[in-house]
Design a protein around this ligand. Sequence first.
Ligand SMILES: [Zn+2]
Length: 289
Amino acid sequence: MSNDAPVAPSAIAIRLTRLLDAALGEEGRFPVDVVELARAVGSELRLGAKIVEVRAAPDLESFEGGLFQLNDDEWALLYNASLTSPGRIRFTQAHELGHFLVHRQLQDEFHCSQAEVAGYEAERKQMEAEADNFASTLLMPVKQFRAAVAGQAIDLDVLSVVSKKFGVSLTSAALRWIRATDESAVLALSRDGFIDWSVSSDKALRNGAYIKTRNRVVPLPDESLAANAEAESCRLGERLPLKTWFEHAHPDAVVREMKLQCDNYGYTLSLLHLSNGDKVWTPRDWPSA
Ligand SMILES: [Zn+2]
């Protein structure tokens, strides 16, 4: 690999996946040992640069992780010592490893936090998305991820089992599923009754089922399970009219809404599973009477 060639984040993750599959076997090697990989990758891939230090740092303040150039060819990968969830620590480490592999020629230090992303300019946002893409592909390779969910109707229990296998948070596993699935589904994260962000599967996007949250304040729909403070987490889902979430949906269409209330982190995760054929029409699509 040339030091100067731009590297696609998923391409480098797939290359590492092949090396790890060959060295450790395709199954039984999860969760990925990111620390060991980070220490080895510089010399294994002959990058001319290496990560010599991976450690928890008490002084990262609001940042979850960071990557710092120490000298010409040595880097340190830090993660916030206050992180307690092994899944979040692993994802943060993999994210920083992504910066090292993809972006180290662009900057000599990276301070990363999920909360900061909203304020970043476009170029920085893209780098953060690329590092997340790398982490997701490395920790949950598509082949093994598909095998882990194959033959099962998706729900938050299934995704919880999968998240444990790959050693990531349930949110990371759900995002991976949404991006890989052929089914029609929407994932949304909300706090205090408002939707922070939402991601639709390709099929859902094509069917018009998406929630725009960028630069907008989007309250949870009144009748949704997510908005219902009385409703505890509902991992298997409850069937509701699709119109509850998408006002232009066909009156007969139904959605299965799953809910997970994460009291520790103060957010609610919602997974909406639509029928594959159900389109969320815009009013001009409605057949004229
Ligand atoms: Zn980052």
